[in-house]
Ligand binder design. Structure first.
Ligand code: NAD
Length: 257
């Protein structure tokens, strides 16, 4: 039996990057996957790719920071599959004009917090009752190295990711007794478009320093994070609740050299 057989999963931001890798991996493991993606082109392409490769996937165009969109997402999922077992809150943005607090435009702060944190709250708010009604489930949040160590120059992103870590703990305590486990993945240095936007296209980013400091000496791949998500979504992690799992090759615990 495949690891996610008979499970229905919503993955936000599944059009590209880690979300797409996770949607593909979930489908390979037998899940029916709902791709909640803002971008229609990538969302459609991702669902088609999964279906062409033998998986079950549906694209529902969703702005996860908008309550009406999230309500529609959850209603469509129920219509299509009659239940929900996994919510993977992965969607996020990193904006080039994010900055240290003193330099940070209020509109940038609002947009990042809305997209990166309101989306986690809204998807959880509308999805978890269905999981509870169906006997339980697994929620996976996505934070970042920025949620567990001090990374300068992106205070809006950091605030959203730090809050996601805190929310993981409170939700794990609140919903564990009702059969819903809540865990969080903290990636760093994963080869996606966001990595380019946050680091590689930043003239101040010192990639030499990154590789010197990173214990594994390389970036991660989206598939490596997707495998962590498969584990947290599956019954293999049935005793894991409230975990803040760093999937970063060890960079956040490495000494500065
Ligand atoms: N790549 C890294 O190194 C890294 C490091 C730390 C944390 N992360 C986190 O991992 C997650 C995935 O990152 P990624 O690198 O794959 O990013 P990415 O930018 O490649 O993909 C993000 C996806 O989310 C979608 N999205 C954005 N706003 C949305 C919204 N409002 N509603 C629905 N979809 C929306 C985008 O269209 C895109 O398809 C994010 O939460 C990110 O913060 C990534």
């Amino acid at each position: 039996m495949r690891r996610l057989e008979n499970k229905v999963a919503i993955i936000t931001g599944a059009g590209r990057g880690i979300g797409f890798a996770a949607a593909s991996a979930f489908a390979r493991e037998g899940a029916k996957v709902v791709l909640a993606e803002l971008d229609e082109t990538t969302g459609r392409r991702a669902a088609k790719w999964i279906a062409d490769n033998g998986g079950e996937a549906t694209f529902v165009q969703t702005d996860c920071s908008r309550p009406a969109d999230v309500q529609n997402l959850v209603a469509r999922t129920m219509e299509l599959y009659g239940g929900l077992h996994v919510l993977y809150n992965n969607a996020s943005v990193f904006l080039q004009d994010d900055a240290a607090a003193t330099q940070l435009d209020e509109a940038v702060w609002d947009r990042v917090l809305r997209t990166n944190l309101d989306s986690v709250f809204l998807c959880s708010k509308y999805a978890i009752p269905l999981m509870i009604a169906g006997g339980g489930g697994a929620v996976i949040h996505t934070a970042s190295s920025a949620g567990v160590i001090g990374i300068p120059g992106c205070d809006a992103y950091t605030a959203a990711k730090g809050a996601t870590v805190a929310l993981t703990r409170s939700m794990a305590v609140a919903f564990g007794p009702r059969g819903v486990r809540v865990n969080c993945i903290c990636p760093a240095g994963v080869e996606t478009e966001m990595l380019k936007q946050s680091n590689l296209e930043n003239p101040d980013f010192d990639s030499e320093f990154f590789f010197r400091r990173a214990p594994l000496g390389r970036f991660g791949t989206p598939e490596e994070i997707a495998q962590v998500a498969v584990f947290l979504a599956s019954d293999e992690s049935s005793y894991i609740n409230g975990a803040i799992l760093r999937a970063d090759g060890g960079i956040t615990i490495a000494p500065i050299s």
